[in-house]
Design a protein around this ligand. Structure first.
Ligand code: PAF
Length: 274
């Protein structure tokens, strides 16, 4: 992969990179599609990264379908599908991890302590292997996006980080590989997440800008559905992820809920002036 990227760079071509854990849905395809517009050589990686899963999380059961993914990525215009081997990326003597000080201490980082060290580490490795000019990430994993932006800034990665809007099912559910774990009933209960985000924007538009009130309303709505356990509902600064009390400027509202055994996340930008 490194030799190929060197050759492509030598020809003066731009490498665009879409890192993924596979099991593609339309959200991944929209990242790949966006990537095609932003450069010459489009590299898609598929790797379920073990170090970003904590004990008891779903590393083993994470959905995988490599053959289908390869077909879809090719159809969407990927030039290279990079499928590294776990032993090659993490040999026994591996001992370096990339950690950020502040940004992981919010939202998902609180209940998934291994997550962002694992993400920052694998993305550092993949950037050094794929050598992209541009890398694309989905905004559904908003905290991941700001962490990667910060890491690229702090470590002087010469890579432009591009965020792409969350792809949604027609009824509003944010697309996620983990949606495949949901039963038909749970799929309905999961809608409580995007409904509560939509209601939050409506409340804001009706003049309520007290974050605690908006969070309380979202919490009530989600709890009114069976099999839902809220991990967090937060309204925070979109750059620092620090909680905001009054929404007098653009704010990120982010939610994580367990529906049955499936942990789902979603978010929106709350805009006071729309
Ligand atoms: O968002 C994901 O699928 C993963 O966290 C990523 C960025 C591919 C790193 O493993």
């Amino acid at each position: 992969m490194q030799e190929h990227s060197n050759r492509v760079r030598h020809l003066g071509k731009t490498i665009v990179f879409v890192p993924t854990m596979g099991f593609f849905h339309k959200g991944h395809l929209s990242l790949i599609n966006e990537g095609r517009k932003l450069g010459d050589e489009l590299v898609v990686s598929i790797f379920v990264n073990p170090v970003q899963f904590g004990p008891g999380e779903d590393f083993e059961s994470y959905p995988r379908d490599i053959d289908r993914d390869i077909g879809l990525a090719q159809k969407e215009g990927a030039n290279i599908i990079f499928i590294p081997d776990k032993k090659e990326l993490y040999p026994q003597r591996f001992q370096t991890h990339v950690n950020l000080k502040e940004l992981p201490n919010h939202l998902c980082g609180l209940s998934r302590p291994a997550l962002f060290s694992g993400v920052a580490t694998i993305i550092t490795k993949l950037f050094n292997i794929v050598k992209p000019h541009v890398a694309i990430f989905g905004k559904k994993d908003y905290q991941q996006l700001v962490i990667i932006r910060q890491m690229a800034f702090d470590l002087n990665f010469d890579v432009k980080i591009v965020g792409v809007s969350t792809a949604r099912e027609p009824d509003g559910l944010a697309m996620s590989s983990r949606n495949s774990y949901l039963t038909d009933k749970q799929r309905v209960y999961a809608l409580s997440i995007c409904k509560s985000l939509k209601k939050a924007q409506e409340l804001l538009e009706s003049g309520i800008n007290d974050a605690a009130k908006i969070i309380e309303s979202a919490s009530k709505l989600i709890k009114s559905y069976p099999e839902t356990v809220i991990d967090y509902i937060a309204i925070c600064d979109p750059e620092t992820l620090v909680d905001i009390k009054r929404i007098d400027r653009q704010a990120l509202m982010a939610i994580a809920v367990k529906v049955g055994n499936t942990r789902l996340i979603d978010n929106i930008m709350l805009n006071p002036n729309t």
